[in-house]
Design a protein around this ligand. Structure first.
Ligand code: NOJ
Length: 514
């Protein structure tokens, strides 16, 4: 990277005093702007019309205290009954695509294809048809955390048979929608599914078998992705010409200082957090990163295991995985500062395997969620890292967002979106092949075990109202402007008492400040 590009990047992001980069960068006309959501977070209707129980239904029904505000996904934003309003909101913002997920237990309550729930499918038929009527491209995630509970009873993603169960589910969904849906995402954030749901108890199903179940899960989830990809490639691609990718959490990590041990710890951490999911698909040798394999093997033997806790990938599995994606779905939110740690972690565990401590710069602006701080240069660095290590893959930003309190004037979200989009434009100028950006999220929803108090929506949801009333935040208006103009400028909505459709609003002047 040329030094001028670095200076430009830093100055755009306000990090080098005295430098003002005034160049106006445009998103190309082909660039896709969208917003995202996930079934359990918005749909509600958890047991209506023949839907089966999911691991999240079970998890939050059995552990109601886990969510500080006592909410769960039983009703959530009730999109099951308000999908028309959801699509209306998409039209108001003028987005090109809507990323949403299909709930596996809604359409296949037993988890298997012996039971197809027509009524459940009807909901997605309606949503997809409504989107297509208004020329909004559906971008469908097959799996966003909500496994049928019946399959969890058989071990879920820790059981290698899950790879085949998922392939059957993918076949049913592709058969039904391949003619209408061109953009597919197999899995959302394998790291969250496995590390938080199998290696911990902060996400469903809360197996909490550290350093063992998490690694088994990662292997199975990646193979399930690859099988679904190959299925599409073999049986649907030539007829429908769609694209299939996987969404991976690619947050950035910087060393806390330039001490050699911290720089090395950061490089290792990147392999554990990014390489683990990208290497099998995008690296030339198609395997887990060597450094991860070495560290886990060494620790495992020391701990009394006869072999590494990290499962191996056979030659056949590597072949299946290699190049099994048409695009990388990148979910990016924040940056961590990494320091080598000598503190005791539970052994065995993923934390113990990595041996690092995290912090964030106190100067970075913070969101409502404690882990989320704004450092826009992070997305630029992450994109460059991907280019250098994985040879410029095609990327769609499948998530980026910011959480606030309730309230419509969300300047902090607007600021974050603009800063990150500027950094994204710069990365594109420097060679990143980014085809689209998906803001998380269309509307406020159930932020998993954090409930409804961490609000990620461009639209506010009034959870107390009968119809879960949705109202555009300032960020929705700004997003519409960016989509129209295809540049990030200083425009702010001139009339704050008029909503996105020009209707007069009775809004409270409450600020969405943190
Ligand atoms: C990533 C997850 O995919 C999504 O479900 C979640 O709401 C956001 N991160 C924000 O935490």
């Amino acid at each position: 990277m040329a030094w001028t590009a670095i200076i430009a990047a830093l100055s755009i992001l306000g990090l080098v005093e005295g430098w003002t980069d005034t160049k106006i960068r445009r998103f190309p006309d082909s660039f896709m702007f969208g917003v995202g959501s996930a079934a359990y977070q918005v749909e509600g209707a958890w047991n209506l019309d023949g839907k089966g129980e999911s691991i999240w239904d079970r998890f939050l029904h059995e552990n109601p205290d886990l969510v500080p505000d006592g909410t769960n996904g039983d009703v959530a934003s009730d999109s099951y009954h308000h999908y028309k309003r959801d699509v209306e909101m998409l039209r108001e913002m003028g987005v090109d695509h809507y990323r949403f997920s299909i709930s596996w237990p809604r359409v296949m309550p037993s988890g298997f294809p012996n039971q197809i729930n027509e009524q459940g499918f009807q909901y997605y038929d309606n949503l997809i048809n409504e989107l297509l009527t208004y020329k909004i491209e559906p971008m469908v995630t097959l799996y966003h955390f909500d496994l049928p509970q019946r399959l969890q009873d058989l071990g879920g993603w820790a059981n290698p048979l899950s790879i085949g169960w998922c392939e059957d589910y993918a076949r049913v969904v592709f058969d039904r929608y391949a003619s209408k849906v061109k953009y597919w995402i197999t899995m959302n954030q394998p790291n969250s599914i496995c590390l938080e749901g199998y290696g911990d108890s902060i996400m469903a199903p809360g197996v909490d078998m550290k350093g063992i179940a998490d690694y088994i899960c990662i292997k199975n989830v990646l193979l399930a992705h690859a099988k679904a990809y190959r299925l599409y490639e073999r049986e649907y691609k030539s007829k429908y010409n769609g694209f299939v990718g996987i969404s991976v959490s690619v947050n950035w990590a910087n060393p806390i200082n330039n001490k050699t041990e911290n720089v090395q710890a950061t490089e290792e951490y990147r392999e554990f957090s990014i390489g683990m999911y990208l290497n099998p698909i995008w690296s030339p040798y198609g395997d887990f990163p060597q450094v991860v394999k070495d560290i886990v093997a060494k620790k495992s033997l020391k701990q009394g295991f006869f072999k590494s806790r990290l499962p191996t990938l056979s030659a056949e599995e590597k072949k299946l995985l290699k190049k099994s994606a048409d695009f990388l779905g990148m979910n990016h939110y924040t940056t961590m500062l990494v320091k080598r740690s000598f503190q005791q972690y539970p052994s065995p565990s993923y934390q113990d395997d990595i041996g690092v401590e995290f912090s964030q710069d106190t100067n970075w602006r913070g969101a409502k969620s404690s882990w989320l701080k704004s450092y826009a240069f992070g997305i630029y660095k992450a994109l460059l890292h991907i280019n250098q290590n994985y040879d410029y893959p095609l990327i769609i930003i499948t998530e980026h967002g910011w959480s606030t309190n309730a309230g419509l004037w969300d300047q902090s979200r607007v600021q974050c979106m603009k800063d990150y989009m500027r950094a994204l434009l710069l990365a594109m100028e420097d060679g990143s092949r980014v085809a689209g950006y998906t803001a998380w999220s269309l509307m406020d929803n159930l932020e998993w075990a954090s409930g409804i108090s961490e609000r990620f929506g461009l639209y506010e949801v009034d959870f107390d109202s009968e119809d879960k009333k949705r109202t555009a935040r300032e960020s929705a208006l700004v997003y519409r402007h960016i989509i129209e103009e295809r540049v990030v400028d200083d425009w702010t909505p001139p009339r704050l008492d008029i909503d996105i459709s020009g209707r007069r609003l009775k809004r409270s002047k409450k600020n969405t400040e943190l």
